[in-house]
Design a protein around this ligand. Structure first.
Ligand SMILES: Nc1nc2c(ncn2[C@@H]2O[C@H](COP(=O)(O)OP(=O)(O)OP(=O)(O)O)[C@@H](O)[C@H]2O)c(=O)[nH]1
Length: 330
């Protein structure tokens, strides 16, 4: 069944931040110092505050909360002997959580036996510093770990961004789709997906040349990426002249509204396509679908397939349009 939900507004979670992207932050690196003794925190903070942004925690709960909150720390200096939950247990939790496992941890502790250090490193800590510490050595070790972390972030950003259009690539999209699928299953909210294809792009390439085709892809990508309003929305290049949009906490009406805004944005760009049988400028076909909490749990793959089938129908029905399709339409 093909239905066309009306385009009314989305549920009210609007955020001023635009379009989730693989990001490397420009400002100073952040270090989270964890110790139950404020005097110890103070000593480390004094040592590092000129070069880094410092945040602090004195217990496990606060540590995990700060580690998961954006902007996430680039390094955690972690005491081991603490009253509620020791540093080893905190490190284990950090390393088990997808959101925090990449944050390097340095244990800074009074425990100075070889087996204590071995245990910390086996848990995934990047380094181990025994107290009393030498300030110059602490600075150097912190600096080494932060440099490594920033380089890793940069490589990750390159690996997850499309080189031509500078928006997230398919690998990043697939990762986010899995994350959002798991999150919506836990929190029971609708998850919508748009598959977008530029109409008659082969004819564009054939007549204007591949360089002009590349420029067209860049301009379309940048215009699409500007449309969604919420931080969790994601516009990615799926491959070739195909784009994909992931809209968490967005129902059918909201998804159609975003899709129509995207079609309107590309119409407004008015990129000439004299050889298109559809219009004298570049147009889009869009397939849309949604999974909602009341539906029997299917799979993220089924959501993608439904949007893809809807896109196929949009092409069949004459292009330059959005077609909605239910996820379980089969
Ligand atoms: N310039 C450029 N062209 C690309 C790129 N990736 C894919 N293409 C071209 O996109 C075109 C896609 O053609 P088709 O899949 O036949 O689709 P279409 O011509 O848009 O036709 P419909 O989708 O049916 O409207 C091919 O000519 C590809 O070479 C790219 O990175 N740069």
């Amino acid at each position: 069944m093909t239905v066309q939900p009306s385009c009314s507004s989305r549920s009210p979670h609007a955020s001023p931040t635009r379009n989730t992207r693989p990001e490397v932050r420009e400002q100073r690196a952040t270090i989270l110092i964890v110790d139950d003794q404020p005097a110890n925190i103070h000593a480390l903070a004094k040592l590092l505050k000129d070069d880094y942004r410092i945040i602090t925690a004195t217990n496990a709960t606060k540590t995990l909360e700060l580690a998961q909150r954006d902007p996430r720390p680039d390094l955690i200096l972690l005491d081991i002997l603490m009253p509620d939950q020791d540093g080893y247990a905190i490190c284990r939790e950090l390393k088990a959580d997808e959101a925090t496992h990449a944050i390097p941890v340095i244990f800074v502790t009074a425990l100075d036996q070889a087996q204590d250090e071995a245990k910390g490193l086996q848990l995934g800590a990047a380094d181990y510093i025994s107290k009393p510490f030498n300030p110059a050595i602490v600075r150097a070790r912190v600096n080494n770990q932060v440099s490594l972390k920033l380089k890793t972030d940069l490589l990750e950003k390159i690996a997850l961004q499309d080189g031509l259009t500078e928006i997230p690539n398919r690998r990043y999209f697939d990762r986010k789709l899995t994350q959002e699928w798991n999150r919506q299953s836990r929190h029971q909210y609708p998850l919508s997906l748009l598959m977008i294809d530029i109409d008659h792009f082969k004819l564009y390439n054939d007549h204007y040349g591949h360089g002009a085709g590349d420029e067209c892809l860049r301009r379309v990508a940048q215009a699409l990426a500007k449309v969604p309003a919420r931080a969790a929305d994601l516009v990615a290049r799926y491959g070739g002249e195909e784009f994909v949009v992931l809209l968490p906490e967005t129902d059918a009406n909201g998804a159609c509204e975003v899709g129509e805004q995207m079609r309107a944005a590309i119409h407004a760009l008015a990129l000439p396509h004299a050889y298109s049988p559809v219009a004298d400028h570049i147009t889009l076909s869009i397939g849309a679908s949604m999974h909602q909490p009341q539906q029997p749990v299917t799979s993220a793959e089924a959501l993608k397939q439904a949007a893809d089938r809807a896109l196929y129908q949009a092409k069949e029905q004459g292009r330059d349009r959005l077609v909605w399709r239910d996820i379980d339409a089969g």
